[in-house]
Design a protein around this ligand. Sequence first.
Ligand code: COS
Length: 386
Amino acid sequence: MALDTESFELLLAAVQRFVRERLVPAENILEETDDVPADIIEDMKAMGLFGLTVPEEFGGIGLCVSQEVQVNYELGRTATAFRSVFGTNIGIGSQGILMDGTPEQKSDYLPKVASGELVMSFALTEPDAGSDAASLKTRAELDGDHYVLSGTKRFITNAPRAGAFTLMARTGGPGAGGVSSFIVPADLPGIKLGKTDKKMGQRGTKTCDVILENVRVPAANIIGGVPGQGFKTAMKVLDRGRLNISAVACGMAQRILEESVGYARDRKQFGKAIGEFQLIQAMLADSQAELLAGWSLVQDVARRFDGKPAHVSDPDISMRVSCAKLFCTEMVGRVADRGVQVHGGAGYINEYPVERFYRDSRLLRLYEGTTQIQQIIIGRELMRQG
Ligand code: COS
């Protein structure tokens, strides 16, 4: 599955223009209102951004992973909250249905996802199950042809905007084998949302608890129809999600670098532009080199991803995804830190975009698996391969 090259080039150019002309100028509004303006969301729907990765047969654009990472690179060049409006839809919110869903689940949900009519979000994390995702406690008890779900999901991105969740709950015994993934419509009786989290950065991205109290979900809503497969679905979804976070990290690093070079050209000290000093150039050079290394890695892993069927997982590719997530998200942390340093005191003032990117980038090392979880995945696979 991929969009033909000519159409993709046009789409990418349109996304670049949209980021430059619509999103970058709205970054301050986002920061002040903690929300994405409604007219921007409408423009995103009109551009087809809600259906980027949904196959054409279900009304989407049908990008392959190599194309998706390029779009995410461009979106990384502005505030992350813009992407989060539709990012869960085309990413972790709906990929489970795409990868492992039954034909009925695909035809019921994916067209609505692609049009933006249905916003989906991914609900795995719980108060006591973060990195140790397989220990999740949300119960799903079979009762006739329904499951009754009770539990709390935490830090759920886009929950306040979601029409449905891809939600992991325990249908069986302890551990990964007891977990199933459900499609849970957000308006079912018994679902409540907690208050919106106040975060360090990524303002405009909405996250909150999702509390389930005896929520009756049809058994037919188990993704793929077979209980006990949900942890694997979640991990496969996260593999693709982590690669996309890596692409966002590279785009963000590119923007921070551009802001830093621009500042270094304009700002004069000791009688000349600070960019003429080699100590400033050294910081810019390190950022450029690391950014190019990260982006090459992302594109390589994306090509490997495209070389296999979407629903099949490959431990070697999962390991490489973790390398990309680890390297690129740590890399953007260093680039953001240097960006602030190049700006000097101005970099600590919120008039300059680097201040916001410094805060926004911090989350990339945490969500969709911390750096330490990526290290564990890489280390385990190295030991397995021998
Ligand atoms: N694709 C497909 N299947 C996978 C997989 C992948 N990428 N990773 C693991 N699995 C399978 C394993 O093969 C295993 O299957 P079997 O029981 O048939 O052998 C099963 O899933 C359990 O895997 P594992 O034993 O590795 O599970 P662990 O409990 O040890 O946990 C980690 C694995 C730590 C990697 C996992 O819990 C994780 O990624 N944690 C971070 C969670 C996260 O990213 N949270 C962010 C939430 S979204 S913002």
